[in-house]
Design a protein around this ligand. Structure first.
Ligand SMILES: [Zn+2]
Ligand SMILES: [Zn+2]
Length: 200
């Protein structure tokens, strides 16, 4: 019978140490993917396609050995992933925590169905890259990157104005607002707002 040089316990060894010590000293898995969700159909984008959440998570997990079991739990602002890997015929269990909110972006299907529906367009200009990092939680039907900045077609007006309020406070940009008539819906005129923020 072998014994573990790290803790002295007797038993089978994996790469020279016992199972316990192995899991303590090796990262079995980590999440390297990006979280992008369609806010309308709730599917997730991963490796060029829209998938279920579990599939997207599995795509993003880098692991040793063979991934044999994945169980994902959604806690609202973070996710936990319980998984098992088969490494050299040893079944090892681990748990991952994925923090950071998902970026919301309507999938092609949904944005076509909604005809690119949006209630407010937010245009980020000037030094827009940093502020844009804070805009990823907002539900959009389209995001257009241009030479001069990025246009966010925000589905819900309330989310858009929350974002604008935050960006104003934090970055103090120059702000320009304009409205245009976007047609009729249920007998009412719909105003569509465009808000342009220019960052220094
Ligand atoms: Zn050990
Ligand atoms: Zn969708």
């Amino acid at each position: 019978m072998d014994f573990c040089p790290r803790c002295g316990r007797e038993g089978e060894l994996i790469d020279g140490v016992c199972k316990d010590c192995f899991t303590k000293t090796h990262a079995l898995a980590e999440f390297r993917g990006k979280l992008i969700m369609c806010p309308i159909c709730k599917r997730w984008f991963s490796k060029g396609a829209w998938k279920s959440f579990e599939e997207a998570i599995q795509d993003g997990i880098k692991h040793i050995g063979l991934l044999i079991d994945v169980d994902v739990e959604d806690h609202g602002n973070y996710f936990t992933v319980k998984y098992s890997v088969d490494y050299k015929k040893n079944i090892l269990d681990g748990e991952l925590e994925i923090r950071g909110s998902a970026r919301k972006n309507a999938c092609d299907n949904c944005s076509r169905m909604r005809g690119g529906y949006y209630e407010v367009m937010i245009q980020l200009r000037g030094n827009w890259e940093k502020p844009y990092e804070y805009a990823k939680w907002v539900g959009t039907s389209k995001v257009e990157q241009k030479k001069e900045g990025v246009d966010l077609y925000v589905i819900k007006f309330a989310e858009g104005s929350k974002l604008v309020g935050f960006l104003k406070k934090r970055f103090k940009p120059e702000v320009k607002e304009s409205s245009s008539m976007a047609g009729m819906k249920e007998g009412k005129h719909i105003n569509r707002k465009t808000i342009m923020l220019r960052f220094k």
